[in-house]
Ligand binder design. Structure first.
Ligand SMILES: O=P(O)(O)O[C@H]1O[C@H](CO)[C@@H](O)[C@H]1O
Ligand SMILES: O=c1cc[nH]c(=O)[nH]1
Length: 249
């Protein structure tokens, strides 16, 4: 097999289970939780490492920002044989009760992105893999992590003029938080018949940052960093739970 054109990997490089952070730097922070790892490729926003967690083989590939690059990563990873994907991302809460570092687990997502519309009509739902959500939910209960399961919203433009109005609208519709890849990945995952779920670390306080227009990414950096550690552990342990359940007895 030729190397895939963007991720620069072949099927020999890619495991069945893949973690998908947006940020290439987060790939290296995941590496800190693995028992062994090596970097396979790093091209544009797509950094791929391969390693082991306990006895489970695992790949980590960054998707970059937004649906367009996320579809490239997912398509090329599927072409290399990957079957299970957990996005470990960050999000901005749409609800005041969600604190910095709390984890949002989207069971579905509003498709306010452009990339998924290139694939299928807007009334096709963006839904997570039930198997992965169940594994993530069971694992988070075991770990004692505070998580919020429900609907997220994925968008394409961080700085549009009416973002506050949109966030206020989705707040009134009980949407939990915004990111830029989940809806795209869920839509494409279902079309390609692979399993996809997201775990999103909340990095924004809805009342203070969104409604009052103050951005406190920096002040709450420690809480956000703790949230990122929790989402990595949760994703690895949920994958391990699934991996063990698949092993012949
Ligand atoms: O931290 P990541 O995983 O990149 O996720 C979020 O952060 C980026 C925007 O700052 C977008 O990609 C958004 O989805
Ligand atoms: O507010 C936020 C934070 C992270 N990601 C988003 O898409 N929005």
């Amino acid at each position: 097999m030729m190397k895939q054109p963007h991720i620069l990997c072949t099927e020999e490089d890619i495991d069945k289970m893949v973690l998908l952070p947006g940020d290439p730097e987060r790939v290296l922070r995941v590496a800190g939780f693995l028992d062994s790892w090596e970097e396979i490729a790093y091209n544009r926003e797509f950094r791929t490492i391969k390693g082991t967690y306990k006895d489970m083989p695992i790949t980590v590939t960054s998707t970059g920002i937004g649906g367009a690059s996320a579809t490239i990563a997912l398509e090329e990873l599927v072409a290399c044989g990957a079957k299970y994907f957990i996005r470990i991302g960050s999000a901005g809460a749409c609800q005041a009760y969600i604190d910095i570092g709390d984890l949002i687990i989207p069971t579905a997502a509003v498709r306010e992105d452009g990339a998924s519309r290139m694939y299928v009509k807007e009334n096709y739902p963006a839904v997570a893999s039930y198997d992965l959500i169940r594994a993530i939910d069971d694992t988070s209960k075991e770990l004692g992590y505070r998580t919020y399961l429900g609907i997220a919203r994925s968008h394409d433009s961080f700085y549009i003029d009416d973002e506050l109005e949109r966030m206020t609208y989705w707040n009134s519709k009980k949407v939990l938080g915004s990111d830029m890849e989940t809806a795209t990945l869920y839509t494409l995952g279902n079309l390609r018949e692979v399993h996809v779920a997201s775990i999103l670390n909340n990095v924004v306080r809805y009342e203070a940052d969104v409604k009052d227009g103050i951005n406190d990414y920096v002040d709450d950096g420690d809480l956000a960093a703790e949230g990122e550690k929790k989402e990595i552990i949760l994703a690895l342990e949920a994958f391990y739970r699934l991996y063990e359940s698949m092993m012949p007895i």
